[in-house]
Design a protein around this ligand. Structure first.
Ligand code: GDP
Ligand code: IMO
Ligand code: MG
Length: 427
């Protein structure tokens, strides 16, 4: 078995991009299995920052093939733009493949996402407005258009004609929006089709064959457990399964092929968009976490909501994903605090819980129960050995392991590729 998975364990933006980039030099393939360009994965190498939305974070490594899998929704215009940007920066992108089974995220999905959010008013979800929900909705109502349809131009046009009629009606009737012109959209796709065709492969076959040959394949999750369509804070979630199980359905491989499942955990909590957030700090401490951690959305630029570490949330990710290891990130951001509260449970209407409730009303009523740790003052971003960390920092890390029953295999102490303390080899 040589299937490795990296998933988010909170509300996204834990540092998955950094971890995937780091591990990618050891693998043959890096594969995205769900989500779309709602993701914003940051990789920093020699001070140069690259933010990836659709492309796997192994892209900077020429030796690993980067695959966008069947479970991903692909906005082809965003994909090509991302490739163009990297190529302008001097990185030749001939190691990208896209699955023939992936669904195309169309211009009308983006417009519908915007219109739906606008119409929802106070009930808006705070989506990235990139069309993710509407695209997955079409997939499941079975009027989606897939990447393989680009191969057969007649089929593509036929499908577009059918679906666009439905979508335009929705846009105009329900949301009073601007409809799309069919001929213009066909021309738009005709202009990019030739560039896309050589990238299209049967990704399910490719990945299964690689695994059968014992090649190393790294599956890169986008979003995170608390944004999972089934287990997140529904409806304040994304429209896919960002969990380890999502790898199997999102690529078409057996669960038996997954070897290590690495959950990326940020040393505190952040969330972008609406929805309950028990440990959120709406005061100057929240502000200072945002400034020190530079907590601004990599996709939308929105300020991220910040708060203390919520361990019931992390433990839910351990359970649902079957995490074998934790990659702990951004602990350097916690330097300088006198006290570091960590949420170990919730008080919900006078009852104590250590699990995340299904009911949003209950979760919104939850009060955090904190265990308070003593902080440390030192800058730890240059430390590379666990034993050199301040004692209180080590205690904080050891408590996370104890509470979650999972080893912290790696501690990230800076955005840079090299800024890590490795406790246990990950690959
Ligand atoms: P992702 O979506 O999970 O890939 O995470 P993002 O890239 O959206 O957000 C993580 C942010 O934290 C990025 O700006 C990273 O460069 C940065 N980052 C990652 N690890 C560390 C770390 O250990 N310390 C600090 N200070 N920043 C980090
Ligand atoms: P990465 O991969 C953080 C959030 C949005 C919104 C909700 C639904 O960088 O960790 P969507 O556009 O998916 O319909 O929005 O999910 N969201 C993310 N938050 N990181 C992400 O990705 C996210 N992708 C979506 O802010 O609350
Ligand atoms: Mg992100």
């Amino acid at each position: 078995m040589a299937g490795y998975v990296v998933v988010g364990s909170q509300w996204g933006d834990e540092g998955k991009g950094k971890v995937v980039d780091l591990l990618s030099s050891h693998v043959d393939m890096v594969v995205r299995f769900q989500g779309g360009n709602n993701a914003g994965h940051t990789v920093v190498v020699d001070g140069k920052k690259t933010i990836l939305h659709l492309l796997p974070s192994g892209i900077l490594n020429k030796n690993s093939l980067c695959i966008i899998g069947p479970g991903v929704v692909i906005n082809p215009f965003v994909l090509l733009q991302e490739i163009d940007t990297l190529e302008k920066g001097g990185l030749k992108c001939d190691h990208i493949r896209i699955s023939d089974r992936a669904h195309l995220l169309m211009p009308y999905h983006v417009r519908l996402d915007e219109l739906m959010e606008k119409k929802a008013g106070d009930l808006k979800l705070g989506t990235t407005k990139n069309g993710i929900g509407p695209c997955y909705a079409d997939k499941y109502t079975r009027i989606g258009i897939r990447v393989c349809d680009l191969r057969d131009w007649d089929v593509f046009q036929e499908k577009l004609q059918h679906t666009l009629r439905i979508k335009n009606e929705e846009i105009v009737r329900l949301y009073d929006g601007e409809p799309f012109d069919y001929d213009e959209m066909v021309a738009q796709f005709a202009a990019v089709r030739e560039r896309l065709l050589p990238m299209i492969i049967d990704a399910t076959d490719k990945v299964n064959k690689a695994l059968a040959e014992n090649r190393m394949v790294l599956f890169e999750g986008a979003q995170a457990n608390m944004l999972d369509i089934n287990y997140g804070t529904y409806p304040y979630v994304t429209s896919s399964s960002p969990t380890a199980a999502g790898v199997c359905t999102g690529i078409g491989i057996s669960p038996r092929l997954l070897d290590r499942i690495i959950g990326v955990v940020k040393a505190y909590s952040t969330r972008v968009g609406e929805g309950p957030f028990v440990t959120e700090l709406l005061d100057e401490t929240g502000e200072s976490l945002r400034e020190t951690g530079y907590e601004y959305g990599a996709t939308t630029g929105r300020p991220r909501r910040c708060g203390w570490l919520d361990l019931p949330v992390v433990r839910q990710a351990v359970l649902i994903n079957g995490l074998t290891d934790i990659a702990l990130t951004k602990i350097d951001v916690l330097s300088g605090y006198e006290k570091l509260p960590v949420c170990v449970g919730y008080d919900i209407n006078g009852k104590y819980y250590e699990t995340v409730p299904a009911s949003l009303k209950d979760y919104a009523a939850a009060k955090p129960v904190y265990k308070v740790f003593d902080g440390w003052q030192e800058d730890i971003s240059q430390i590379r050995r666990f034993e050199d960390l301040p004692l209180n920092c080590r205690k904080y890390i050891r408590f996370i392991e104890e509470y979650c029953g999972t080893d912290v295999a790696m501690v990230s102490v800076s955005p840079e590729r090299e800024g890590n303390i490795i406790l246990k080899e990950l690959i």
